[in-house]
Design a binder for this molecule. Structure first.
Ligand SMILES: NC(=O)c1ccc[n+]([C@@H]2O[C@H](COP(=O)([O-])OP(=O)(O)OC[C@H]3O[C@@H](n4cnc5c(N)ncnc54)[C@H](O)[C@@H]3O)[C@@H](O)[C@H]2O)c1
Ligand SMILES: [Zn+2]
Ligand SMILES: [Zn+2]
Length: 405
């Protein structure tokens, strides 16, 4: 079968590799109908992770069950399913408590497992024609309808970024009426803003520099903030001050709460320095969040930080160590939560919001391409919404388009 294989820094190719087969009685094999490319794949693509050449990419996978092992009970050949990017057993101490992002069974070398990802176990990725799914009863989320129908690109986002973005709003304690600042208008940031609005937030700001991504933020009712136009934390406070109706509802002392209650970092360790976007400043976003989040507020760090980063800006960053204003955050009594999203906790109810027309996350999808075009897709998407990547927000690969061609 054909699959997207990592070759080394800034290089992937589409190659023939052996088809997956049933290895354990509770495995299933799916034929991939859609596999999305993620900002998380870019860390590996840019050689900013432990991924080595030969890694088959793809953790946002959806398709049709081709074959099931003898112990699989609840799904059968022909079923349409989407898979959480976390591979999880469903029965260990962590899975049983809903922390499928920290499954103790699925990765012999660690406490987290996923498809096609450095350090996340022996599972190949699904940017390919077929994929082996372990613990299939637990991991497959059943979907209605038919391959390629009008909900295909909504459903594929249930593998990662819609539940991940929803989880970011949980980390940041977003509730009805809340004020929210989301840093990053990539797929995760846009859907974190969208999830905040679905939860009933009253004001949602989205910070980035990529024009089309900021435009998408505006299209869903969020307030775009371009970080190249000045300190975004100050811009957000200024915009709030100009909201005269809201301001006149405050008592004088309430004006000390000039920022927002909830902050989300949907950028991670590859954050750009807003005064010189050619450079990285991994703590830029956390520093600005500590300024813009009000006392007693919450910060969710859904953007990735790794324990090792071969391309880190300095000796500390290379070891995953960072300097950030803990004193200010402590003084303001701000809570911080972070880490990988437990997709399974959210994917059922988000699926049902899609089915019943309450959510349409596919507004972020900009390209639907055959698998054979993965190398060009990576080459554009890696620019993260600027320059050669300006039209690329979310790419979904469709192996079926290669067969049709
Ligand atoms: N925790 C999880 O489970 C999980 C799951 C999926 C993705 N992620 C991570 O979420 C992050 C975002 O993913 P994505 O797919 O949206 O990626 P992306 O790379 O497409 O988007 C990142 C965006 O951040 C913007 N940005 C860069 N520096 C900035 C700054 N200083 N201020 C504001 N915006 C800035 C970029 O312009 C870009 O649009 C990545 O780190 C990804 O690995 C985490
Ligand atoms: Zn992903
Ligand atoms: Zn488990």
């Amino acid at each position: 079968m054909k699959a997207v294989v990592y070759k080394g820094k800034d290089q992937v190719s589409v190659e023939e590799i052996p088809n997956p087969r049933i290895e354990a009685p509770d495995d299933a094999i799916i034929r991939i109908s859609s596999a999305a490319i993620c900002g998380s794949d870019l860390h590996m693509f840019e050689d900013r992770s432990a991924a080595g050449p030969g890694t088959v990419f793809g953790h946002e996978n959806m398709g049709i069950i081709e074959e099931v092992g003898p112990a699989v009970r609840s799904i059968k050949q022909g079923d349409r399913v989407v898979l959480p990017f976390n591979v999880a057993c469903g029965f260990c101490f962590n899975c049983a408590r809903g922390y499928t992002n920290a499954c103790l069974t699925a990765n012999p070398e660690g406490t987290t497992a996923g498809y096609g990802y450095a350090g996340m176990g022996p599972y190949r990725g699904g940017q390919a024609e077929y994929l082996r799914v372990p613990f299939a009863d637990f991991n497959c989320l059943k979907l209605p309808g038919n391959e390629g129908d009008e909900l295909e690109d909504d459903f594929v986002l249930l593998a990662d970024i819609f539940p991940t973005a929803w989880h970011a709003t949980e980390q940041a304690h977003v509730h009805e009426g809340d004020t929210v600042a989301v840093y990053g208008a990539g797929p995760v940031g846009l859907l974190a803003a969208y999830s905040s609005l679905l939860k009933g937030a009253s004001e949602v700001f989205v910070v980035d520099r990529a024009p089309e991504r900021l435009q998408k933020a505006k299209s869903i009712g969020a307030i775009p903030v371009d970080f190249t136009q000045g300190d975004p934390a100050e811009q957000i406070k200024e915009i709030r001050k100009r909201n005269t109706r809201q301001q006149s509802a405050l008592r004088p002392e309430d004006r000390k709460m000039e920022g927002v209650m909830c902050g989300i970092d949907a950028v991670g360790y590859q954050a750009r320095d807003d005064r010189n976007p050619d450079r990285e400043d991994p703590m830029q976003v956390i520093r600005q969040l500590s300024q813009v989040v009000n006392p007693t507020g919450h910060i969710g760090i859904i953007g990735v930080f790794f324990p090792k980063d071969p391309g880190g800006v300095d000796e500390h960053a290379r070891k995953g160590e960072y300097l950030f204003p803990l004193g200010e955050i402590w003084d303001k009594g701000i809570g911080i939560e972070m880490g990988q999203a437990p997709v399974k906790r959210y994917n059922v109810f988000l699926r049902d919001m899609i089915i019943n027309g309450r959510a349409k996350p596919s507004f972020i999808v900009t390209q639907r391409l055959p698998l054979s075009q993965a190398p060009e897709a990576y080459a554009h998407f890696v620019h993260r919404g600027v320059g050669a990547g300006k039209d690329y927000t979310k790419v979904v690969l469709k192996p079926g388009l290669d067969r049709a061609a």
